[in-house]
Design a protein around this ligand. Structure first.
Ligand code: ATP
Length: 136
């Protein structure tokens, strides 16, 4: 039987995940990584993207994550993120609207502007949410 590891995913607004899992995969800034129980401790920033984990029954679960950090300990992974939600909670039409808004702002803003950088981040969030919601 596989030994489990605790996964906590928290944002300033809510606790998104708090459960025992078999494995966690996450989009580190230096590349994707996986954590099983007994992993060497480390800390990394995350890219906007998807946390994938296997629950205790071996079912894959997907969580959108934006602007986060992960701390891995031998028996626990903690992810602190600006925003995060389960795939089933992604509102597709909201993400589509956010994408349209961001594209419009990108057209209007000058490259290098604060507005341009913010719009690019908003576009990244929207595209990642849409892609994740469409994953089967
Ligand atoms: P929007 O412009 O639609 O608010 P955003 O990318 O600016 O999108 P965030 O700042 O990443 O939103 O998130 C704010 C809060 O709204 C978080 O709690 C996040 O989980 C939630 N959220 C944002 N977009 C969606 C979505 N498409 N579906 C479900 N929850 C969302």
């Amino acid at each position: 039987m596989t030994e489990n590891i605790r996964l906590e995913i928290v944002t300033p607004a809510k606790k998104v995940v708090s459960e025992d899992v078999q494995i966690v995969m996450a989009p580190g800034v230096l590349g994707e990584f996986g954590v099983l129980v007994g992993h060497t401790p480390f800390l990394t920033a995350l890219k906007t993207g998807a946390i994938i984990y296997k629950d205790v029954d071996g079912k894959e679960r997907y969580i959108f994550v934006n602007d986060g950090f992960a701390e891995a300990l031998p028996d626990k992974v903690t992810i602190l993120a600006e925003s995060a939600e389960r795939r089933r909670d992604i509102d597709m039409s909201r993400a589509e609207k956010a994408k349209e808004r961001a594209l419009k702002r990108l057209e209007d803003a000058e490259k290098g502007d604060i507005d341009f950088i913010r719009a690019k981040s908003a576009l990244q969030r929207a595209i990642n949410r849409i892609n994740l919601a469409q994953t089967r």
